[in-house]
Design a protein. Structure first.
Length: 85
């Protein structure tokens, strides 16, 4: 029997205005939000060149990351979840 996709990850969620400024208009599933964040991070070259797990926030990302200038990729998902409902 094939594994069923986790419907919680596929459920479209409302995004805050700060998050929409980075990933585009919602609602969208959490998985798509994370994908869009990585597209934004790579497009704007916001990964720390010495430690690729760290994201260097620009002004738009600082609004999503609670004002932090740098977060690691694991902390990022926790901070982003505050912008989903």
């Amino acid at each position: 029997m094939p594994a069923k996709a986790n419907s919680a990850f596929m459920k479209p969620m409302k995004l805050t205005a700060e998050l929409e400024a980075v990933v585009g208009k919602g609602p969208m599933p959490r998985s798509e939000v994370v994908k869009a964040l990585w597209v934004y991070i790579k497009k704007h070259n916001l990964q720390d060149p010495k430690a690729k797990r760290n994201i260097l926030a620009d002004e738009k990302l600082k609004a999503v990351f609670g004002g932090k200038a740098m977060v690691n990729m694991f902390e990022m998902t926790k901070l982003v979840s505050k912008h989903l409902s």
